[in-house]
Design a binder for this molecule. Structure first.
Ligand code: AMP
Length: 117
C-alpha cells in the first residue's frame, strides 16, 4: 500500500511546516485553508479513518483532542473554533489517514504567520 500524503509528511519525505510534534502526533497548517486558522492534528499511527480506530487507540484519540485544545489556545482561537473529522469518502474525506481539522480565527487577533488572505 502506498503511503498517504500525511505519512510522507511525518516521514519528512515531502516538506511541510510542522507546527507541533510529539511521539504520538503532528500538527500542520492545512494547505487549502477554509478559515483564517486551519490546522490538522494527525496521529503518527496510520489509522485510515475514525471508524477504523479501535479500543487500543482510546488514549491516542484523547491525546489528539488535548493537542487540539492546546493548539487552539496557542493560536488564540480558544473562544471560538470548530473541530471536524470527515469519516469516509461520502463525508468528504480525501486523505485516508485520520486527521482532526481545527478551524477558527474569524474574529480574533491572530499570529501573522497563520493569517491567510
Ligand atoms: P479531508 O478532506 O478531511 O480528508 O481533509 C484533507 C485535508 O488535507 C484537506 O483539507 C486538504 O486541504 C489537506 N491537505 C492535503 N494535502 C496537504 C498537504 N500536503 N499539506 C497540508 N494539508 C494538506
Amino acid at each position: 500500500m502506498s503511503k498517504t500524503i500525511f505519512q510522507r509528511i511525518i516521514d519528512r519525505e515531502i516538506p511541510s511546516e510542522i507546527l507541533y510534534e510529539d511521539e504520538l502526533c503532528i500538527v500542520i497548517k492545512d494547505i487549502a485553508p477554509k478559515a483564517p486558522v486551519h490546522l490538522l492534528v494527525i496521529p503518527k499511527k496510520l489509522i485510515s479513518k475514525l471508524s477504523e480506530s479501535s479500543e487500543e487507540d482510546t488514549n491516542l484519540l484523547g491525546h489528539m483532542l488535548k493537542i487540539v485544545r492546546e493548539m487552539a489556545r496557542n493560536y488564540g482561537i480558544e473562544e471560538a473554533f470548530n473541530v471536524v473529522i470527515n469519516n469516509g469518502e461520502k463525508a468528504g474525506q480525501t486523505v485516508f489517514h485520520l486527521h482532526i481539522h481545527v478551524l477558527g480565527g474569524n474574529q480574533v487577533e491572530l499570529p501573522s504567520e497563520l493569517i491567510t488572505d
